[in-house]
Write a protein that binds this ligand. Structure first.
Ligand code: C2E
Ligand code: MG
Ligand code: MG
Length: 288
């Protein structure tokens, strides 16, 4: 089993870092690889035990014009001794290529939709954003699964927005487009997350019928002083406007940045200024 984990780990590293090409692990920092392998095994164990040690946090998405909360993004967390709180940026790339990720992905969808449904009963316009890995979308069962989960949780599909990242480029474009068209036929919305950070954001925008663009914090954090960031963000917003696609700006950390961003025509904001990702009970208190 540990040899099998090792092979899977090497495969994930190859896909994530080298576009699936040959990697040499023996020349690298041995203790890092060992720790990652231990992490992966612990993560797999959590998934096998009904996703114990995983929990969801939610971050508000606010309307750029009114400042009111219009939705939330579901963000996955994992806390397990002796590792403690491990950030998703660390554990998702490790897990994403594992066969078990699909099970975890379904747990995320069910969990977030169950909580989101309760809010939508009071706020019918409320949008729930859930991040989707390309490895979920590529599974042939995904279509059936999403339809079943919508029924099980009685979740209105038009209130659901699935966020895809640039890593979707690893899928066949025709396949990807067809999956998106299928989801949209249920009125599910599709967002392009981390827009601009990858190699092919513009190509994905051109090829896919998306409902929302999310500009990554990388372009926002220094925008007040960095003229390249200013030019890029302005171009993305101009382009989105012509295409009639709303844009969410991520990483609004303070009032100052918010006022600055108000000069740009974004449709929604997300960031620590409004709230860090929090547990659902806290979210509801803040929202009501
Ligand atoms: P993302 O989808 O782009 O999520 C936004 C990330 O930015 C979150 O980090 C959030 O906590 C962080 N953030 C939000 N506002 C601010 C801000 O004002 N300042 C700063 N410094 N950071 C801010 P988080 O929760 O650590 O997630 C990192 C990434 O992990 C996510 O990026 C997403 O790609 C992935 N991820 C998280 N949950 C899931 C999940 O359930 N499924 C999948 N497939 N990926 C997930
Ligand atoms: Mg996201
Ligand atoms: Mg993002």
């Amino acid at each position: 089993n540990s040899i099998y984990s090792g092979v899977r780990f090497a495969l994930a590293r190859s896909k994530n870092e080298r576009h699936g090409e040959l990697i040499f692990l023996e020349n690298e920092n041995h203790s890092d690889n060992k720790r990652n392998l231990e992490l992966l095994n612990a993560l797999r164990k959590s998934i096998s035990n009904d996703c114990e040690d995983f929990y969801m946090c939610y971050q508000p998405v606010v309307d750029a014009m009114t400042g009111k909360i219009g939705g939330m993004e579901a963000l996955l967390r994992w806390n397990k001794e002796p590792f403690g709180e491990v950030p998703p940026a660390v554990f998702i790339p490790l897990l994403e290529n594992d066969v078990l990720f699909f099970e975890l992905g379904n747990w995320i969808l069910r969990e977030a939709m169950t909580e989101g449904k309760k809010i939508i009963e009071q706020h019918p316009e409320f949008i729930l954003n859930i991040n989707l890995s390309y490895t979920q979308l590529e599974r042939s069962e995904f279509r059936g699964t999403i339809v079943r989960l919508l029924q099980e949780t009685d979740f209105p599909p038009q209130n659901l927005c699935l966020e895809l990242t640039e890593r979707c480029r690893l899928l066949d474009m025709n396949f990807l487009r067809n999956e998106i068209i299928f989801l949209k036929s249920f009125r599910i919305k599709i967002a392009l997350d981390d827009f601009g950070t990858g190699f092919s954001s513009l190509n994905l925008l051109r090829e896919l019928p998306v409902d929302l663009i999310k500009i990554d914090r990388a372009f926002i954090k220094d925008i007040q002083t960095n003229t390249a960031d200013q030019a890029i963000v302005k171009s993305v917003l101009d382009c989105a406007k012509l295409m009639e696609i709303p844009v969410c700006v991520e990483g609004i950390e303070n009032k100052n940045l918010e006022s600055y961003m108000n000069h740009y025509p974004a449709s929604s904001y997300q960031g620590y200024l409004y709230s860090k990702p929090i547990k659902i009970d806290q979210f509801k208190k803040m929202f009501s």
